[in-house]
Design a protein around this ligand. Structure first.
Ligand SMILES: Nc1nc2c(c(=O)[nH]1)N[C@H]1C(S)=C(S)[C@@H](COP(=O)(O)OP(=O)(O)OC[C@H]3O[C@@H](n4cnc5c(=O)[nH]c(N)nc54)[C@H](O)[C@@H]3O)O[C@H]1N2
Ligand SMILES: Nc1nc2c(c(=O)[nH]1)N[C@H]1C(S)=C(S)[C@@H](COP(=O)(O)OP(=O)(O)OC[C@H]3O[C@@H](n4cnc5c(=O)[nH]c(N)nc54)[C@H](O)[C@@H]3O)O[C@H]1N2
Ligand code: SF4
Ligand SMILES: [Mo]
Length: 681
């Protein structure tokens, strides 16, 4: 019996360490690494039964070539040589006719590993001169807004909440999406810390809160500015902190005149008294922490919403205080050396950027000169997880598009491929993971041999490298060589990595980074001015509003004004994280799918009554983009006018209806700003 140390590869801030017990090449048990500082000996409900995922009978085993129509489901087994040879032949033809930019790689969150995601999405494609993917589906606006305001993303550790007296969890559902934060929150509550959750839906997290506040979706920017307005009206702001550590306070202060609580109540749909009460509570309780993730910024006003939220701890002087400030992500304690990851300087000029949120439109002609003639998907499932999937699927059906999908399973996307390649699971590959929820680095050693003919992303890249005739040594390294090189290159300019080597990671498995326990405590913010930029000249230069603001939220539902969609029956469908899946990953596990239940939609009793809908009815959510059949759950867990249905189900989900419009910053997705109509079936 061998014990192999690994890392959970999924898109989750906790990035747990786990141990696989292996006997005769077969994994017998998988459980939490008891020594991992954040995992603390337990795994979430999704990953506890992970061996069912690894040994799932539906795992793809061999390369496949489509026979018959696209999406027809008929396949022929081929060898790797044939598969790679066919890809090369098609690509040479496309490159000769259109240039390499006609090839688009599409990868995102199947794994968050350095080698199997970051480097596999960079080096080969840069060398090829392919189109670049603008990776904006998840938190682009929030990341950009935090960086423009504070200079980077430096969340305190989960343990910091032991000092907090008030925690506002804003548009974030950590019970499901950051489970290892919850024991720390529970301990803080036992010590008398109050917990406020701001979410249009009574989530699992909201159920554990002292107070749940349910604004209309997308209006949080106005709420944050309204809170600031009250704080200033009452003179509760920390002028000394503002003077020492911010730029643009006078300008922002004037902007706040536009957000009196009466107006904010009308925008957010909250009682004015609740807004007043929250402002008092936030300003008068110290230390106070605001924790948010990316759900709150998936709307047209997402970037400015996050700017407005970031202003609050500045106005109350809470940055840099133990238990105070902002807990977003810890991603910027280490940023991998870009040149080591992507080798840009040794490649042809970068290809044009294609926004992943516009995949359907791009495939259908929005991107031309050259048109996209080949799509290579790995570690992603856009036919289920991208917005406006009707368009994505219409694009994938294009007869002249050559699509390759590298996957563990025959996903909603893979069924439209010309060539399907079988991928390894995390237990069968080597990788290095930094977490986005905490400052730990962890090494994933392969525990078992790949089943049949499965290959890792990096192995496939190396096959493509050979096929395309590239000879650079950095395209031919082993996974460990890649890790050692990127670590060393990053450590040169980042003291957080001091003394951390590949050898140490292999021996110790998970190593905490050398970072301060209380980030930003020295009062230096890595912005151009060295201060918190309430007013951002950089944003002004980009012709964006330099001050946090609220521009409103609107989605037309993609409808024509043809009478089928009465305006007064509009509902806003939000589609948050499922408890038992990670996006569409793991949603094909029978046990997890059963626990999540049949695809459902939460409907407020008032909205249900208007349509004669009762609990358990089959209903349709529909708009001009598409439709999706769901089971009605009639519940006051959502506010009137709001529907909620989890993301990630296979076989046609709510993304048939979601919008592929982009938000105010960084090309961000706007999933939660989705106007739909409800029909009883
Ligand atoms: N179990 C599980 N865990 C996951 C994932 C998963 O799919 N399942 N996905 C992972 C990924 S990819 C990510 S990015 C993170 C996301 O982590 P979170 O941001 O915590 O997850 P979401 O459910 O997307 O959004 C959080 C909450 O925002 C609420 N919300 C939606 N619109 C608004 C709004 O306008 N205002 C406010 N105040 N609230 C709003 C939703 O109701 C939801 O409860 O989670 C990761 N972890
Ligand atoms: N309606 C709605 N939709 C959303 C969201 C929302 O809030 N609402 N949230 C969005 C967010 S935050 C995100 S991050 C995206 C996520 O969207 P995607 O990044 O597309 O994530 P998944 O749908 O989980 O698909 C990941 C796929 O990668 C495969 N995979 C896993 N490991 C590997 C590997 O090592 N190699 C290869 N080749 N494949 C692998 C898995 O089998 C899985 O099919 O979804 C977005 N979609
Ligand atoms: S999904 Fe998150 S909580 Fe679950 S094992 Fe992976 S990292 Fe840990
Ligand atoms: Mo995400």
């Amino acid at each position: 019996m061998k014990k192999i140390y690994g890392v959970c590869p999924h898109d989750c801030p906790d990035t747990c360490g786990f141990i696989t017990e292996v006997e005769n090449g077969r994994a017998r048990k998988l459980y939490a690494n008891p020594e991992h500082p954040v995992t603390d000996g337990w795994l979430c409900a999704k990953v506890r039964p992970y061996l069912n995922h690894v040994y799932h009978p539906d795992r793809l085993q061999y390369p496949l070539r489509r026979v018959g129509e696209k999406g027809g489901g008929q396949w022929q087994r081929i060898s790797w040589e044939e598969a790679i040879g066919e890809i090369g032949e098609r690509w040479w033809g496309i490159i000769a006719e259109y240039g390499a930019e006609a090839i688009l790689p599409y990868s995102y969150s199947g794994t968050l590993g350095l080698v199997q995601m970051a480097v596999s999405s960079g080096r080969f494609w840069n060398r090829l001169g392919a189109s670049q993917l603008q990776r904006a589906i998840c938190g682009a606006a929030g990341e950009f807004a935090v960086t423009m305001t504070l200079g980077g993303r430096f969340a305190p550790p989960y343990t910091a909440v032991r000092y907090s007296k008030l925690i506002i969890i804003w548009g974030h559902n950590p019970v499901s999406t950051a489970p290892h934060f919850m024991p720390h929150l529970a301990a803080a509550r036992r010590d008398g810390c109050r917990v406020v959750v701001i979410d249009p839906r009574r989530t699992r997290t909201a159920k554990q809160a002292t107070w749940h506040i349910a604004p209309k979706p997308g209006t949080d920017g106005a709420l944050a500015l309204g809170l600031a307005h009250i704080i200033v009206r009452e003179g509760w702001q920390d002028e000394a902190f503002l003077a020492a550590h911010t730029v643009g306070w006078p300008e922002l202060r004037r902007r706040l005149d536009d957000y009196p609580s009466q107006r904010v109540a009308a925008i957010t749909g909250l009682p004015q008294s609740d807004i007043e009460k929250l402002a008092r509570m936030y300003a008068q309780t110290r230390p106070s922490l605001i924790k948010f993730a990316d759900g709150v910024q998936r709307n047209p006003n997402g970037g400015q919403t996050v700017r407005a939220i970031c202003a609050l701890p500045a106005i109350t002087g809470q940055y840099g205080r133990p238990g105070g400030g902002l807990m977003y992500t810890a991603s910027d304690f280490v940023r991998w050396d870009g040149e080591a990851v992507g080798k840009r300087s040794q490649c042809p000029p970068g290809g044009r950027r294609v926004n992943m949120n516009r995949l359907g439109a791009a495939l259908l002609g929005e991107v031309s000169d050259p048109p996209i003639q080949s799509l290579f998907v790995f570690g992603a499932n856009p036919a289920a997880s991208a917005p406006n999937t009707g368009q994505v699927i219409a694009g994938l059906r294009r007869p002249d598009l050559f699509t390759v999908v590298h996957e563990l399973f025959m996903t909603d996307t893979a069924i439209y491929a010309d060539i399907v390649l079988p991928a390894t699971s995390q237990l069968e590959q080597t990788d290095l993971h930094k977490a986005y929820g905490h400052a730990t680095l962890a090494y994933n050693a392969p525990a078992i041999p790949p089943p049949s003919e499965c290959k890792s992303n990096w192995q496939v890249m190396r096959l493509l490298v050979a096929e395309m005739g590239f000879t650079e040594p950095w395209l031919r390294q082993s996974a460990d060589e890649v890790i050692a090189e990127v670590l060393a290159a990053t450590a040169v300019h980042n003291p957080a990595l001091k003394g951390i080597t590949l050898e140490r990671l292999q021996a110790e498995h998970a190593i905490p980074l050398n970072v301060p326990a209380v980030p930003l405590a020295n009062g230096r913010f890595p912005t151009p001015s060295g201060k918190i930029e309430l007013y951002s000249q950089a944003l002004a230069d980009m012709r964006l509003d330099p001050l946090p603001g609220f521009a409103g939220v609107f989605d037309d539902g993609g409808v024509e004004d043809d009478g089928r969609f009465p305006p007064d029956e509009t509902l806003n469908l939000i589609s948050p994280a499922a408890h038992h899946f990670v996006s569409s990953s793991l949603a094909n596990q029978a046990e997890l799918r059963q626990r999540e239940g049949e695809p459902f939609v939460e409907i407020h009793p008032d909205d249900a009554a208007r349509q004669g809908i009762v609990d358990g009815d089959a209903v349709m959510v529909v708009n001009g983009r598409g439709q999706c059949q769901l089971i009605a759950q009639v519940t006051d867990a959502v506010r009137p006018g709001v529907l909620a249905s989890p993301k990630g189900y296979w076989g046609g989900n709510v993304n048939q209806t979601t919008s592929d419009a982009l938000a105010d910053m960084a090309g961000q997705s706007t999933f939660h700003s989705n106007r739909v109509w409800l029909r009883k079936l």
